[in-house]
Ligand binder design. Sequence first.
Ligand code: RQQ
Length: 325
Amino acid sequence: NLMSDDQSSLPTALQDKYVLTRRIGTGVCGEVRLAFERSTCRKLAVKIINKKNFQSEGTATRNAETEIQILQRVDHPCLIKTEDFYQTEDSYYIVLELMEGGELFHRVKSQQQLNEGVAKLYFYQMLCAVQYLHRNGIIHRDLKPENILLSSNEDTCLIKVTDFNQSRILEEAALMRTLCGTPSYLAPEVFTHASTTGYGLAVDAWSLGVLLFVCLSGYAPFHESFSENSVKEQIIRGEFTMVPSKWRRVSNQAKDVVRKLLVVDPTQRMSVDEALQHPWLQDQQMLQTARSLMYPEGEDALPAAAPSDAPVAASMEVESSTGER
Ligand SMILES: COc1ccc(CNC(=O)c2ccc3nccnc3c2)cc1
């Protein structure tokens, strides 16, 4: 447990600043623990990654910048922010803002399926996050409900994409590991193109299609119980199943987005940019809500034009004219 050897193996600088407590998440490369900043008692998440299954042996490092620096360089309201970073010879410790709502995976599971308006709000934020990554030359390659975190337990909340740097670091090793793991969210070209450098931005669009499918219906589009073909076969053929009872209340526009993302040929697949222009997302109320979640300071930064007949403004006018402030 934490109080025994683990605690002692933590960097002292980390221990000086934070108290690490229970495990709140686990991933391929390590675990996430709930932490408290000693000086402020602020709750944070500390992601512990042991290097041995993180290092892609042999492959040349991509460029001078380490992926962790990329993690620290990117800045978008729907991308998890790194607060602090430590390392020992066998582990990385990444201090992250705590996402109180936990993984999207658990939210969808507990609610069976999300209502369409909530799914649209979350999907729009994912599109913005992935569009930002793509514009910064980062392909996530591993988008799945476990990597989408919710900022609160409210339906209307900010979402953040996480783990986007790891897939870049695990580039070659990930392909091997990915081909061993459950392929449910993987795009067909991951199987057909041998090298990871072969596939482009379109893989993230496919995974977003699977994510939207899961949010709207509560189940995965490719599953061994749906066909005698393996999940891998179903993916390569783009053979997904929309169970009527689960999709009855979903709008045709939402289904259209899913169908245009789950296209096998990456050159024919709708891109993230095109998805952001799809009619289903031209929903002013959702866009307004998303904007206020993503850019909260945006609200007071632009002073609302006070209507001319506002009594408050008038009284303030009186005060200032008498010189009172
Ligand atoms: C007060 O203690 C808690 C409150 C809420 C939760 C739910 N959150 C989580 O379970 C969780 C999991 C992984 C994460 N990875 C990075 C950042 N934040 C994360 C949050 C977990 C603990």
